[in-house]
Design a protein around this ligand. Structure first.
Ligand SMILES: [Zn+2]
Length: 172
């Protein structure tokens, strides 16, 4: 009955498909969240979003501090600072590709926990980056859309873009 989650890699079309809100805070979503945390650990990631494991649902798991995983359902950025930070990002859906991405230095995120309870979280630095990256996934935005420089894997990325037939300016 339980479906095993499988990683999806760009240019899998799932990564560009709309994600549905979570409305049932039941055992199924709890077991999906637990499995996503496991997958994130397996791949040594610090964040994972539904579409990256084939689920077009608004769920993300993050772990910017080792040993403190967090599940956010229906997360939404409600405020962003005007000052920016630029850092190198990777993505589990793009193995071996790294690039520079500008992000707001601090953001406010509204979300629900596994019981459906509403929370508000103010985040800065790495936590803000991880949250913004994962919430982007739920809105079909990939980190390559925001690249200002490709640091690693440029040739691989060019091949993937050709395969995807997407027109993305990598240096905007
Ligand atoms: Zn990602």
């Amino acid at each position: 009955m339980k479906k095993k989650l499988e990683f999806t890699y760009y240019p899998n079309p799932i990564l560009r498909q709309k994600c549905a809100p979570i409305v049932d805070f039941n055992d199924e979503i709890k077991s999906i969240a637990a499995e996503m945390i496991e997958k994130m650990h397996e791949h040594k990631g610090i964040g994972l979003a539904g579409p990256q494991v084939g689920l077009n649902q608004r769920i993300i798991v993050i772990e910017p501090t080792p040993g403190e995983p967090k599940v956010l359902l229906n997360p939404e950025i409600t405020a962003s600072s005007k000052d920016w930070q630029i850092g190198e990002e990777g993505c589990l859906s793009f193995p071996r590709i790294y690039g520079l991405v500008p992000r707001a230095k601090s953001i406010t995120v509204r979300y629900q926990d596994l019981d459906g309870k509403k929370h508000k979280l103010k985040a800065n630095k790495l936590l803000a980056v991880v949250l913004a990256h994962e919430i982007d996934h739920l809105n079909q935005i990939l980190f390559i859309d925001r690249f200002i420089k490709v640091n690693q894997g440029e040739e691989d990325l060019k091949k993937l873009l050709k395969e995807s037939k997407e027109k993305i300016n990598l240096y905007e």
